[in-house]
Structure formats: structure tokens, C-alpha cells
Design a protein around this ligand. Structure first.
Ligand code: C2E
Ligand code: CA
Ligand code: CA
Ligand code: CA
Length: 284
């Protein structure tokens, strides 16, 4: 029994060792990837459900890895958060997303076509990035450099972010709003936070997490919750985007409930920039 115990221990230790090594290697690869500009943004359309028109895009990071190809955030975001690399990554995302929006705006405003869609961009922020002293200066630099209209920028912060609980960092949220940038709550309905931030903070919109819509066809309780959230948001003057719409039936149900904004595979997967641009410039 003794020797058996030892071997379990050794196996366990060996696994830990390999895991730690793999993480260290990935961390180095992320660092190098940032340096080599291997990260890119994909863009997923946000749709007006009342007229099927494109409102704009959510930017979603991808890693164009030299060996692995296009890698999704699932494989690197956690480690980036643990190592603090999420800060330089996030600041890059903010810059890149705004630059892309500025390019699209310039193209549309300078073209003779009668484009109606001046797109918005919705950018994901991590809590660490928000708390970085570089965040506001970076934001101001981008606004100055691009002169992009800040009203077309939405910043998404997940509901579970400590920033919604802490008084000491509320000035960052106020600073965002002072710049006429929209503040949106991401993954609404999944956090353990109270709803108090809805009246305390200058929130423009909620992104209702995809878990609500997935089984809306069969789950009466979830359907009722969506209805109640839509009604509460409407009363508070807060907009709602329902995420993760995958089927016609789901679309039909949320349209009937009066939901105005949707996003999901039914409309489009996240797209590389050229494809998103094509869709944008061929819309209406
Ligand atoms: P999120 O912000 O909640 O983004 C929505 C995720 O759902 C995206 O996954 C998107 O591709 C996926 N999705 C969209 N429509 C559907 C659908 O109809 N069905 C299903 N099953 N999934 C759908 P993605 O791109 O893999 O991103 C995962 C998460 O990684 C994001 O969740 C966000 O938390 C994080 N993330 C992505 N880009 C960034 C970024 O630039 N900065 C930061 N800090 N986090 C990011
Ligand atoms: Ca998001
Ligand atoms: Ca500009
Ligand atoms: Ca979300």
C-alpha cells in the first residue's frame, strides 16, 4: 500500500509539472504573439429584429497562431487574465476595434453611395484592463487620433466585474460615460451581483446571456424571465441585446416579446474584418 501511495503521489506531481510547463509555454507564446501582432479581431453582427437591419458589430478576439491557425479566446483568455497579459491584449483590442470602426465610418461618410448604416462597435473590456492606469489615457489617445464619434462605441463589461460593486473605481465608469461612450453590461443574468447597479450607474444597455434563449422554446420559466427583464429594462430606459440566437423559433419568440436587438449564429458567426466590411458595405 505504501508504494502504491507513493506512485499516486508521483503521478500527481508529474501531472502538475507538465501542466505548469504547458502554461509557462503558452504564456510565452502569448507574449510573442502580441509582439508579432498575431492577434486579430473578428466581428459578429448585431441585428435590429424589427427590420432585420445591421446595427454594428461586437469585436471578438482571435489568435492567428502560426501553427494552430485561428484560436478562440477559450484557449488563452484565462491564462492571459492570470498572468496580467490581458491588460496589453485588452488595450490592443480597444485600439484595434476603434481604428476599424473609424475606417468603416470614413469609408461610408466619404462614399457617394447612400449608406444608411453607420455602424456601432461593441468592445469587451476585462476588469484588469479597466483598473489599469493606462486605460483612460489609451482611450483618450484613440479618440484623439481617430476622431471617431464616441457615441458609436459601446464598452461591454461583464456583470460579475468587481467594478460594479466598488465605490473607489466608479470614477472610471463615469469617465467612460463623460466621453459619450456607451456602457453595457455583458452576460447579464449570470452574475451573482444584485440589480442595484442598474439604478446606481449610468448603464446604457444589457446583453442578456445566451443561457436564457437556448431553451426558451421549452422552458416557460426562462421565457417569463426574459419577458420580465425586457419590461424592467424598458421602464428604466435601458436597451437589451439578446445573445446566442440560433433558431428561427427562438427569434420568433423574442420578437413577439418585443425584443429589439439580437445577436447569434442565426444571423451570423463572428467574421474576419474583410467579411464584416463586405456585409456592412452591401447592407441597405
Ligand atoms: P462574450 O463576450 O459573451 O461573447 C459571446 C461569445 O458567444 C463569443 O464567443 C461568440 O462567438 C459566441 N456566440 C455568438 N453567437 C452565438 C450563438 O448563437 N451560439 C453560441 N453557442 N455562441 C455564440 P468567443 O468569440 O469564443 O468569445 C468568448 C468570450 O471570450 C467572450 O464571451 C468574452 O468573454 C471573451 N472575449 C472575446 N473577445 C474578447 C476581448 O477582446 N477582450 C476580452 N477581455 N474578452 C474577450
Ligand atoms: Ca461580450
Ligand atoms: Ca476619423
Ligand atoms: Ca456575453
Amino acid at each position: 500500500a505504501k508504494s502504491q501511495k507513493r506512485s499516486y503521489y508521483q503521478v500527481f506531481q508529474g501531472d502538475m509539472h507538465n501542466e505548469a510547463l504547458a502554461e509557462l509555454q503558452l504564456e510565452n507564446e502569448i507574449r510573442q504573439g502580441l509582439e508579432a501582432e498575431e492577434f486579430i479581431l473578428y466581428y459578429q453582427p448585431i441585428i435590429n429584429l424589427t427590420n432585420n437591419q445591421l446595427k454594428g458589430f461586437e469585436s471578438l478576439i482571435r489568435w492567428n497562431h502560426p501553427q494552430k491557425g485561428i484560436v478562440t479566446p477559450f484557449h488563452f483568455i484565462n491564462l492571459a487574465e492570470q498572468t496580467g497579459l490581458i491588460i496589453p491584449i485588452g488595450l490592443w483590442v480597444l485600439k484595434e476595434g476603434c481604428k476599424q470602426l473609424d475606417k468603416w465610418h470614413n469609408h461610408i461618410l466619404n462614399s457617394s453611395d447612400n449608406h444608411k448604416t453607420i455602424p456601432i462597435i461593441s468592445i469587451n473590456l476585462s476588469s484588469q484592463e479597466l483598473n489599469s492606469e493606462k486605460f483612460l489615457p489609451t482611450l483618450d489617445n484613440i479618440l484623439k487620433e481617430t476622431k471617431v464619434n464616441p457615441e458609436y462605441i459601446k464598452l461591454e463589461i461583464t456583470e460579475s466585474s468587481p467594478i460594479f460593486q466598488e465605490q473607489s473605481t466608479q470614477y472610471i465608469l463615469d469617465a467612460i460615460v463623460d466621453r459619450n461612450i456607451q456602457l453595457w453590461i455583458d452576460d447579464f443574468g449570470t452574475g451573482y451581483s444584485s440589480l442595484s447597479y442598474l439604478h446606481r450607474l449610468p448603464i446604457n444597455g444589457l446583453k442578456l446571456d445566451r443561457c436564457f434563449v437556448t431553451d426558451i422554446e421549452t422552458n416557460q420559466k426562462k421565457a417569463k424571465m426574459i419577458k420580465a427583464i425586457l419590461s424592467l429594462a424598458f421602464d428604466l430606459g435601458v436597451e437589451v441585446i439578446i445573445e446566442g440566437v440560433e433558431t428561427e423559433k427562438q427569434l420568433e419568440i423574442i420578437q413577439e416579446m418585443g425584443c429589439i436587438w439580437g445577436q447569434g449564429y442565426l444571423f451570423s458567426h463572428p467574421l474576419p474584418p474583410e467579411k464584416a466590411g463586405d456585409i456592412l458595405l452591401s447592407s441597405n
